[in-house]
Design a protein around this ligand. Structure first.
Ligand SMILES: [Zn+2]
Length: 246
């Protein structure tokens, strides 16, 4: 039997028939996979808790007839039960799942992204730092893991270093005064916001979620990341629109 054992996070769940469930898990070893959990909706099912949204666990799976898998065994590592109990927290958590699902490919593992997603959910549920800042860190780091690292070191157009910049969404980085005049979609950016972005990109996930920023930096980060993501991924996240209205 073609069996695999991998750690993963449940990013979506859908009821099938009367008692079963189809879940999508972002796993450490296989990327995004679809898994069938037989009987998972029965109250006495041993798959009940482990097949719920946000659950992080170790999954033993076997190959189904098509490209999907079936659950054989689930060992819950962290249920993130707290996220589902708080409506604000739930909104942030759902955005993390939606974002990660969108940028993860089926059967293509992305271990740094998986680690980032797990850490972000832990930071949210333990309320370590501001929820919005947590999201901006997650977004910027996640974008860098899939090849969209913005250049925040020197002017992305001419390569020179200056003491003031704007941010070009289209070019994907900071632009100097001379170059910003030629660009259409530029956003004003303070140096402290640039330093924050440099810090996020250069720091490991373990050490990352331990700083605070003022409202100006948070505002600029939110605006830049929203437009940067929309432009480069060519996608609007439904759960983000909801979050920005909170
Ligand atoms: Zn320039």
């Amino acid at each position: 039997m073609n069996e695999i054992k991998t750690k993963g996070i449940v990013v979506s769940e859908m009821p099938i028939g009367e008692n079963d469930k189809r879940i999508v898990i972002i796993t450490k070893d296989k990327g995004k996979i679809t898994v069938f959990a037989r009987g998972a909706r029965k109250t006495n099912s041993m798959f009940l808790a482990g097949s719920q949204l946000f659950c992080y666990g170790e999954y033993i799976l076997y190959k189904g007839k098509s490209s999907s898998y079936n659950v054989k065994q689930i060992q819950i590592i962290e249920s993130f039960h707290g996220i589902r109990k708080d409506i604000d927290l739930l909104a942030y958590g759902l955005y993390v799942l939606e974002f990660a699902t969108f940028i993860t490919q089926e059967n293509v593992p992305n271990k740094p992204l998986m680690k980032l997603m797990l850490k972000t959910l832990q930071i949210l549920v333990r309320k370590v730092i501001d929820y919005d800042l947590t999201m901006r860190i997650f977004e910027l780091k996640a974008m860098s893991y899939i090849g969209y690292t913005p250049n925040v070191i020197n002017c992305v157009n001419c390569g020179k270093q200056y003491d003031k910049y704007s941010f070009s969404i289209k070019l994907g980085g900071i632009v100097c005064k001379n170059c910003s005049d030629e660009q259409k979609y530029v956003i004003r950016i303070n140096n402290s916001t640039i330093y924050t972005m440099r810090y996020i990109l250069a720091t490991s996930v373990e050490k990352l979620f331990s700083f605070q920023v003022n409202e100006t930096i948070k505002y600029e980060l939110t605006l830049i990341m929203k437009k940067y993501i929309e432009y480069h991924l060519n996608h609007k996240f439904k759960s983000l629109d909801f979050l920005l209205k909170l």
